[in-house]
Write a protein that binds this ligand. Sequence first.
Ligand code: SAH
Ligand code: SF4
Ligand code: F3S
Length: 545
Amino acid sequence: MKTVYLETFGCQMNELDSELVRGHLESLGYAFTAEPKDADVLLFNTCSVREHAESKAYSRVGIVGKRKRAGEKLILGVLGCMAERDGVDMLRRYPQIDLLCGPGELDKLPMLIDNVVRTTALEISTMNDVQDRVALAGNTSRRSAALSASADDLETLDLARAFDPDRATSGVRSAYVRITRGCNKFCTYCVVPYTRGAEVHRPPDSIVEECRRLAASGVIEVTLLGQTVNHYRYTHGVAVTLDGREQPQIGPGLSAFRNETIEDPNLTTFAKLLARIHDEVPELARIRFLTSYPKDFGDDVLQVMASRPRICRYLHVPVQSGSNRILKLMNRGYTVEEYLQFTDRVLEVLPDASIAGDIIVGFPTETDEDFELTKDLLRRVPFKNNFIFKYSPRPGTTAITRFEDDVPLAVKKLRNNELLVLQAEIGAAVHADWVGREVEVLVERLTNRSPIAHGAPSAADPRVSLGTALAPPMRGPRDEGSELAVQVSGRTPGDLITVFQVPTREQAQQLLGTIVRVRIEGSGPLILHGKMVDVDAALQNELRH
Ligand code: SAH
Ligand code: SF4
Ligand code: F3S
């Protein structure tokens, strides 16, 4: 049987897709390895959102090419958004790639691998058998009737998710749950609507059931995923299969968001979905969601959050720019003033809420004045962090055809750095506000003495590099009066990274995946640090469970 190495690039959607692919292949008998050298099937689940993301994957493809040319018998598959965006042309340019599988076709992956194995064994692999090695939605299928059928297959993949009964003891007690696929927004710079297709909402019953099963297998935190989670809407009974099951639904037009106050018993809105998960799966200690769109975020969602304590007061709600002119060119559909009204509304209803976002610098025609407006906006909102990206023209998007990429790279870099420094100041103030308070922390990893050096979320995560540079010096083990003191890190319900020390490595291991109380004593631009409240009681408590 084959051994698979699967590497994931890109967003949380891709992480979830990789988890589902892994579960699917494992159920068919494939083994997995963390070492590319030990694998005979190498799969890269790729991202197309910026050129940099693609170059990383291409460099891996190059390495595998060398190994294949040196005579190693390997199967190389490119999955995800890059496969969908580049299409079969990629096979011509990189003959070492054996199969392509778009993000909407992942249920077909085992069949593609089988086909490659068969044709390779018969040594008949040519460009003629391409259709057997490629599963892509293709641009033409967007909004076609075929979409709902393929979405339904994908629904099966989500539903067939492996629920690992060892999860409860493995320390991994956090899971992603998809609520919406695709995106209908067509921001002019963005490839996602082309790679992931039209917005499709999963039936709420499937989502609640998945949460329930995850909780039963030991998960205590779920993060609901969608490109624009607040656009989730499901009208019951509209699409019912012959055997009475409801099919996922293609998202409605934005007009559906008007008259939101009308109570329709057949409609599940995002607010209702959140409330259902909270109320029907009480074992979940934390319910979070990513990513929110600044428009169409109703007060109903805020009210549900305010009245249900286990829904995390954390909003990732990218603003992208502080200039109305640039927002318009980006086709974001809101103004700076509307964004500010939204964040004010959030903080009024949920004063403790953490707000995070994304910014693009150097969008075509962005002037110094536009950039100053972005800085003004940053100063106006207490952002706990912002991911800052340099505009990267993406093939197939409206922006690349309509606008010249006229902001020089040197200017993009300068603006990027300037925003990082400003965001560090803002983040420092947001985090400093928590000093002296007690917070609940879901313990995620041992970090040794440096909070960042080990087990950081991802080397590409700007939070991490900034955290390394600006985190306060960590006290050594001796400060705690023990040779063995170990530093651990986790997150508050508002997604604030928190580090603290525990007396021994063994105790730290025991606390992984549990929620503990920490008294905050200090802070940095991206980090809180403090002392665990009543270590002994927490450990006793954990030992009893
Ligand atoms: N659906 C989410 C974002 C998904 S992509 C939303 O609308 O908020 C994640 C982030 O990548 C975006 O928020 C944007 O800041 C950035 N991004 C997307 N396309 C980009 C491009 N062509 N160049 C630079 N950054 C880009
Ligand atoms: Fe891309 Fe815009 Fe959709 Fe986000 S909302 S995925 S930025 S098109
Ligand atoms: Fe990248 Fe596709 Fe996600 S382009 S950001 S992996 S949806």
